[in-house]
Design a protein around this ligand. Structure first.
Ligand SMILES: [Zn+2]
Length: 109
């Protein structure tokens, strides 16, 4: 029996990665000036990520609300509060609060 399922070709995984990279660039460009576009792109990034197991980069991820799947633009669609160790990001559209704990960088206690 011959199996042909193992042929090497640009995999869907690779395509998904490229799409996410591409969408992240659009997202970052459109975010400050066009919240409608960035909302749509944000949703696509999450959808591709979910389908193919691709995670958006940290920078992009924290600019997307996981609940309403829309872009978070500080001062416009999100509010940011910083305490000594934690950043709180509140989505002004659904009210979700995201916490990011600081101090994980080069923290070698
Ligand atoms: Zn939200």
């Amino acid at each position: 029996m011959t199996r042909r399922s193992r042929r090497i070709r640009p995999s869907k995984n690779e395509q998904a990665k490229q799409s996410v990279d591409f969408l992240e660039k659009i997202f970052e460009t459109s975010l400050p000036e066009d919240s409608h576009t960035s909302d749509i792109v944000a949703r696509h990034i999450l959808a591709i990520g979910k389908k193919h197991g691709k995670r958006p980069s940290r920078e992009v991820k924290k600019m997307i609300c996981r609940t309403c799947k829309k872009s978070l633009l500080p001062g416009q669609t999100s509010r940011i509060r910083v305490t000594s160790k934690v950043i709180f990001r509140t989505c002004l559209r659904c009210g979700r609060v995201n916490r990011e704990i600081l101090g994980t960088y080069g923290d070698c206690k």
